[in-house]
Design a protein around this ligand. Structure first.
Ligand code: GLY
Ligand code: MN
Ligand code: MN
Length: 419
């Protein structure tokens, strides 16, 4: 069984007998007048179909001993294609999704009412409908999944509507070897983009110059998209975790924190590094950096299947607290909340903050970030060191170990920068 068939099969196995699951790709949203936001497909739909075209629908039917999979896509529309470009043909959709039953969306409502009708039909008597109840998912003009739920409740009172989210969350938390390979590709690309950024890192440039270098690398090496908006934060700006602007001038004595990543075929990398602009770690820069690096390495080494992300956070906080007191960076244990104010890990996948249950014990196939940080506004220094870690054979396996984080490696790399 192929990758996509396997994903759908895992969903089928979790669905009740006599049920239908509907997963929508979503519809484009309007910015203003006739301007649209760039379309971002519902990631659950993408996970199950490998298709990114708006207005498509996946329908899984688990009835009377049968499992049927249907994909609905828009019919060829000459006018639309003349304005906004080519859309998928049925054959192309079949090739991408490995779904044999590709139908047009014009046939969807009929198919659904047939499947849900109280009368016996080819599927037997369906009594559960799984919907991806992501509240903001638009499926038609002025019609969202919550409206669909209401419609089903009114039109088909014998059908119980159930949220498919917890099932898809559980499935997506465990990455297949195929998905891990995609993430490794994304991390390797990100590593190369970082090397390009470092080559150009010097006092007198702006934060946006570095972001441009990174992003241009992705565009010019396969038009790779960003996993999220690039964060380039120099000096005190790095104490804002998701510093949104990139407008500041970079100074010789600054450290620069970058938190960035590319996607590869939809899978994200999420990497943070913090380097001194001068090329050498000095004084407080070195103290703070060493504390964060020690914590990053400790947690990667410490993580085991069976632990939760909450366990890792507690351990990271404890570790950073001790490091800061030991190094004279703070006096009281309680002060740690002033200098470390985020979580150490999240799951990573098709979403940067991948859907997950933070209380669920980790298991093989999970990919998480390990990203401790310390943020001292009084010194104008924020340091975060973020790696992407696979849980494998019950322990942590760092997928991003090729991206320099040891002081000696960074200082060596910085010596080869553009003059
Ligand atoms: N890049 C966002 C994060 O690290 O969580
Ligand atoms: Mn992260
Ligand atoms: Mn990050």
């Amino acid at each position: 069984m192929g990758e996509l068939e396997n994903r759908r099969d895992r969903l089928f196995n979790r669905m009740k007998d006599n049920s239908v699951a509907l997963i929508y790709a979503g519809k484009e949203k309007i910015v203003s007048a006739d301007e649209l936001y760039p379309f971002e497909v519902n990631r659950n739909f993408f996970y199950l179909t490998n298709i990114q075209q708006d207005n498509s629908i996946l329908m899984l039917v688990k009835g009377l001993g049968v499992k049927k999979t249907y994909l609905f896509i828009d019919e060829y529309d000459e006018k639309k294609e003349k304005w906004t470009g080519k859309r998928l043909t049925s054959d192309e959709a079949n090739l991408l999704s490995k779904i044999n039953n590709v139908l047009y969306t014009s046939a969807f409502e009929n198919m659904l009412s047939l499947a849900l009708s109280k009368d016996d039909n080819q599927y037997g008597q369906i009594d559960t409908l799984y919907l991806d109840l992501t509240p903001e998912l638009k499926i038609k003009d002025d019609f969202y999944t919550k409206d669909l739920k209401e419609f089903i409740n009114n039109e088909y009172p014998h059908i119980e509507v159930s949220d498919v989210f917890p099932i898809l969350r559980d499935l997506r938390m465990i990455k297949s070897p195929f998905e891990i390979e995609e993430m490794v590709e994304a991390i390797n690309l990100t590593n190369s983009g970082i090397a390009q950024l470092i080559y150009n890192l010097k006092a007198g440039t702006y934060e946006f110059n570095l972001a441009d270098e990174f992003e241009f690398y992705g565009r010019s090496h396969g038009r790779h998209k960003l996993a999220f908006s690039t964060i380039i934060a120099s000096g005190k700006n790095a104490t804002c975790l998701h510093y949104p602007s990139q407008n500041d001038f970079i100074h010789e004595n600054d450290m620069v924190l970058f938190d960035l990543g590319f996607k590869h075929n939809g899978y994200c990398a999420d990497i943070s590094r913090t380097y001194p602009v001068s090329g050498v770690f000095e004084g407080k820069q070195k103290e703070i950096y060493e504390a964060v690096l020690a914590c990053n390495k400790y947690i990667i080494d410490y993580v085991r299947s069976g632990m939760t992300l909450i366990d890792l956070q507690e351990k990271a906080k404890e570790f950073l607290k001790e490091e800061c007191v030991k190094r004279g960076l703070m006096k009281e244990d309680e002060d740690i909340v002033k200098y470390y104010y985020h979580n150490v890990s999240h799951h990573l996948g098709i979403d940067t903050h991948d859907i997950s249950d933070r209380n669920k014990p980790l298991e093989n196939g999970n990919v998480i970030t390990v990203e401790p940080g310390l943020y001292f506004a009084e010194y104008g220094i924020g340091v975060r060191i973020e790696d992407d870690v696979l849980i494998k054979d019950g322990a942590g396996y760092c997928l991003s170990s090729g991206i320099a984080k040891e002081i000696k490696d960074i200082e060596r790399m910085m010596r080869t920068r553009k003059a």
